[in-house]
Design a protein around this ligand. Structure first.
Ligand code: ZN
Length: 236
């Protein structure tokens, strides 16, 4: 990030420290501070407008250990790879890249055949999962909703950054596409959770009883999401 100082001189902190560093400078910033943007894997330096280059440089330099420790803690994003075996709707599936194939991804037994340039492999697998999830999750959710005498209006598959699912007052249910990669009992729990919201809009004792009626072993799925759900978020 090149900064043009009031004196007209520029300097490049990113280059000087070989760090993914972004400088934010504004009148509102009163003092030098550092922040880590974990999503972008970037260091943000907040710098007052009138701060000197020398001071900013010294400040970053004195915090290099802190920066490095925090950058190391950020998990590396995952992408689907050729020959990788994933869990898809509770079934073990191996991704097989077929460079010359122009057809859309196809599941053959336990092999997911994906054509096209390898650069787009991740994107194509993700699109395939999203498409399948819409049908699969609608079917599974409506089956549970039938037991409550409720009708689901629509199921939408989302690429949200923090939520696994949600249910609107209009009976539209949203699911995060990554849940397709969780063990089957986790999917069952989430479907039971969102479907129970068709009857109970809160997280009251009655709501949880309804989840239990729909899926008696729900606690295990809930626990899994709490413990390992973050690993699924590594898929971009
Ligand atoms: Zn809920």
């Amino acid at each position: 990030m090149k900064i043009t100082l009031l004196t007209g001189k520029t300097f490049d902190l990113q280059k000087a420290f070989n760090l993914p560093l972004k400088v934010r400078s504004s009148l509102k910033i009163a003092r030098l501070s550092l922040r880590i943007d974990t999503k972008k894997r970037q260091v943000i330096l907040n710098m007052p407008l009138l701060c000197s280059k020398k001071r900013a440089y010294a400040f970053v330099e004195s915090h290099l250990d802190w920066i490095e420790a925090h950058l190391l803690k950020i998990p590396i994003a995952r992408e689907f790879k050729n020959n990788e075996t994933i869990l898809l709707f509770g079934q073990k599936v191996t991704i097989s890249h077929i460079p010359n194939s122009l057809s859309s991804p196809k599941l053959n037994d336990n092999v997911l055949e994906v054509g096209g340039d390898e650069v787009f492999l991740h994107r194509r697998v993700k699109d395939y999962i999203i498409k399948q999830a819409k049908t699969e999750f609608f079917k599974r959710s409506q089956k549970l909703a039938d037991r409550l005498g409720c009708k689901i209006k629509n199921v939408t598959i989302k690429d949200t950054a923090s939520r696994w699912g949600s249910c609107s007052t209009l009976n539209n249910i949203n699911y995060n596409w990554r849940i397709a990669l969780a063990p089957d009992y986790v999917i069952d729990y989430l479907m039971a959770h969102e479907v129970a919201h068709l009857k109970h809009r809160d997280h009251s004792a009655d709501f949880w009883q309804c989840v239990k009626d729909l899926y008696p072993g729900y606690e295990e799925g809930q626990m899994w999401l709490k413990k390992f759900g973050k690993n699924l978020y590594l898929y971009s």
